[in-house]
Design a protein around this ligand. Structure first.
Ligand SMILES: Cc1cc2nc3c(=O)[nH]c(=O)nc-3n(C[C@H](O)[C@H](O)[C@H](O)COP(=O)(O)O)c2cc1C
Length: 383
């Protein structure tokens, strides 16, 4: 078993042996296979719920199909239920679902995930101000907002306490080096004041204030650009209880995306990674390809908007249909879509397995840990 110097992550009664959360990656990039593999290694495996029903996954669970008919649920919700059930059969580890606040079916998706007994809901790309609504009487699921500032943590906690008498179970702080949509302006992305290492102390200060006020322990999970075990050590030394990693998990055998998506990462150079404007209304970090260049030139306007998946998307007026583009990339049509990728994505060189990645990160983490305790000993003997 891989050793992490006893640095486990505790979210309420959930004991997570390895302080790594696999970031939810849509559309279809982190499905049941990746999530179960990560959970099996002792981290938190996260299924991305966004547009999961449009990936061509057949609905074979009869019980889920009957439920869908009875409740007139959308295909998205039914496929998500099926994915959660299947992932639970594949692992006894801790599983989460990632839900984007910006999607039209946010509340129904959260409610379904709770009904399926998911361990944790991670909600980002907007402020999940009414997420506790999904819990009702089934209070086992932990609720974890994804934020990019101390202000967002304060706002969510205040609203949840006032309206729902509920305190967030943890926060994920996502810095501007992350892949996918970013909660920063284009200027902030480059500004040293907004880098993950600068944000952690500010957010921790706010979390400690909420903890004092409520008496509840609230761990901070920090991510965006975390690439090595040494990075994990550095982020945790700043006070984070765990890290969230996305990009590195894409380039694993277990990742649910088509092989061509993973090859995009392997063949990518630093110059290929760019900040784009997304129809979701946020900047995003992506692998710049012909599709995105054409979209910039106004050549990829959608002909129709059949899904109405994003609340504030301009539909037919949008520069491109983000859900179609991401679905296409996930299923192997790279010329009809694009891949989100983290700032450090160009550093990956080969496809590995989730198990080997955990071993590599743990060895680097333990090395950094020993070196830092050694240098602390030298400083104290010199005093
Ligand atoms: C391909 C890809 C898709 C992503 N999709 C989502 C998503 O649907 N929802 C979300 O909250 N974050 C999404 N993210 C962000 C990840 O969950 C995670 O926070 C981020 O990747 C961490 O930074 P890293 O990639 O540098 O490790 C995505 C990231 C990538 C690389």
């Amino acid at each position: 078993m891989v050793d992490w110097h006893g640095k486990s992550l505790k979210i309420g009664e959930l004991n997570i042996r390895v302080p790594i959360v696999q970031g939810g990656m849509g559309i279809g990039i982190s499905g049941k296979k990746l999530a179960a593999a990560v959970a099996d290694q002792g981290g938190v495996g996260v299924i991305s719920s966004v547009a999961i029903g449009h990936l061509g996954i057949p609905l074979i669970d009869e019980e889920v199909a009957a439920l869908a008919k009875e409740r007139k649920e959308s295909r998205n919700i039914s496929v998500l239920r099926q994915e959660i059930r299947a992932a639970k059969k594949m692992t006894t580890g801790v599983l989460g679902v990632n839900i984007m606040v910006a999607i039209t079916e946010f509340a129904q998706t959260a409610k379904a995930a709770v009904e399926e007994g998911i361990d944790i809901i991670f909600a980002g790309a907007g402020l999940p101000l009414d997420l506790p609504e999904s819990l009702k009487d089934e209070g086992k699921t932990k609720l974890v907002p994804i934020i990019s500032s101390a202000k967002a943590a304060a706002l969510i906690a205040k609203r949840w306490m006032k309206k729902y008498q509920y305190i967030p179970d943890a926060f994920v702080l996502e810095g501007p080096a992350a892949g996918g949509h970013l909660g920063f302006s284009k200027e902030q992305i480059e500004d040293p004041k907004f880098q993950l290492e600068s944000l952690i102390p500010e957010v921790l200060k706010e979390i400690r204030r909420i903890e004092e006020e409520t008496g509840k322990e609230i761990p901070l999970i920090a991510g965006g650009g975390v690439f090595t075990g040494e990075d994990i050590h550095r982020i945790m030394a700043l006070g984070a209880s765990a890290v969230q990693i996305g990009t590195r998990f894409v380039v694993t055998e277990e990742c649910d995306a088509d092989i061509s998506f993973k090859e995009t990462y392997i063949n990518c150079t630093q110059d290929d990674i760019a900040i784009i404007e997304s129809p979701v209304g946020l900047p995003g970090r992506a692998f710049m390809n012909k599709f995105l260049s054409q979209a910039k030139e106004g050549e990829q306007h959608p002909k129709s908007c059949p899904r109405h998946c994003i609340t504030n998307c301009a539909g037919k007026e949008a520069p491109y249909c983000i859900s179609s583009a991401l679905i296409n990339a996930c299923i192997g049509k790279q010329d009809q879509g694009f891949a989100f990728i983290g700032a450090n994505g160009w550093r990956v060189k080969e496809i590995t397995t989730v198990k080997k990645l955990f071993e590599e990160l743990s060895a680097e983490f333990n090395k950094a840990m020993s070196e830092s305790s050694q240098s602390k000993r030298i400083v104290s003997t010199n005093l």
